[in-house]
Ligand binder design. Structure first.
Ligand code: SER
Length: 325
């Protein structure tokens, strides 16, 4: 039986792009000592280290996770540790190992310890070239062509299986590209939409690794964090889906983003030099239909391309002035 109350949360991948901000948001909401941040080897930031517990674990090493789960009496896991799409194509076996064997360990431990809830992120990478690229429906063809995408589809199915078969409350969304100002993403295809801001502030120029007319779904971090926690807080009675919610916010081409930045930095110059990541981007949707997330748990993003761009440039601009960018 699932427990009702959230007592102790463990975040894997807490040093990563989403994990780092999610951990701090969870600490603000549930109390610093109730959120255990974990990572594999990257040194955590001072704020992550000083605001609550931090432990090194490796989700592919089940014992290392079990030890922390027991020590802190964990009953909720946000499994944010993953290998992203671009690194996944360079190291497909590692991608499978972390994203699938690691996830399997997390789900088994959650089942064994009768945890209340597990969050398992999926991605727009679950879709593929046969999927309709405009207004991509919730229920559609899932035939990804990247190892990352394969692990995301399998992860959605595995999470749903654990819910049906064992009654474990597993939830997840298909994140679009996430744009953020605190921690850089690592090894993804949508990373250009973050790098472009850093380079615009620092050097007023950027060479983008996808073509200028490449359109992908994106989301600003504050919406990502709010949506993630809102889904986890929703009464399970409201949910018809569990691990595969489409979640949309904004969609734009690389050139539209560059033009939006130019409104603030008129002499910013963006060039385009597509590399192997173009082929990955070409298999992903352009716009997403997220009606199920809106209906079942009230998803509604706040930011659009112009409010996100202004906020990113404000935040990064301040850090640049302080010499910390
Ligand atoms: N941002 C991820 C990537 O580009 C997609 O989920 O790999």
């Amino acid at each position: 039986m699932a427990k009702l109350e959230t007592k102790k949360i463990l975040v894997t991948g807490s040093v990563g792009q989403i994990g780092s901000e999610l951990t701090l948001a969870l600490r603000r909401k549930y109390g610093n000592d109730n959120v255990v941040a974990t990572g594999r080897k990257t040194k955590p930031s001072e704020i992550l280290l000083n605001s609550g517990p931090f432990e090194f674990i490796d989700i592919t090493d089940r014992k290392s996770v079990e030890k922390v789960v027991k020590e802190y009496n964990i009953d909720t896991i946000y499994n944010m540790a993953a290998i992203l799409s671009a690194v996944g194509e360079e190291k497909p076996l590692l991608c499978w190992d972390v994203n699938i064997n690691g996830l399997y360990n997390i789900l088994e431990i959650a089942r064994e310890f009768e945890m209340a809830k597990v969050f398992v992120p999926s991605s727009i990478a679950a879709f593929g070239p046969e999927t309709p690229q405009e207004n991509t429906p919730q229920e559609t063809i899932l035939k990804p062509k990247t190892m990352y995408g394969v692990t995301k589809v399998a992860g959605e199915l595995l999470g749903d299986y654990y819910f049906k078969r064992f009654g474990l409350d597993v939830r997840g969304v298909r994140y679009p590209g996430i744009i953020s100002s605190e921690t850089l993403p690592g090894g993804g295809t949508t990373d250009y939409a973050v790098e472009i801001f850093y380079e615009a502030i620092k050097n007023k120029k950027y060479t983008c690794f996808v073509k200028k007319d490449t359109v992908l779904p994106m989301m600003y971090m504050p919406d990502c964090i709010k949506g993630t926690i809102d889904l986890m807080e929703t009464d399970i009675k409201n949910l018809k889906h569990h691990c595969d919610f489409n979640m949309a916010s904004m969609s734009f081409s690389a050139e539209e983003l560059a033009n939006e930045i130019k409104k603030h930095i008129p002499d910013f110059v963006c060039k385009y030099k597509p590399d192997f990541r173009q082929a990955i981007a070409d298999t992903w949707p352009k716009t997403i239909n997220d009606i199920s997330a809106r209906k079942e748990w009230g998803w509604k993003p706040k930011y659009n391309i112009s409010t996100m761009t202004k906020d990113m440039l404000d935040k990064l601009g301040k850090r640049y002035e302080q010499g910390t960018l």
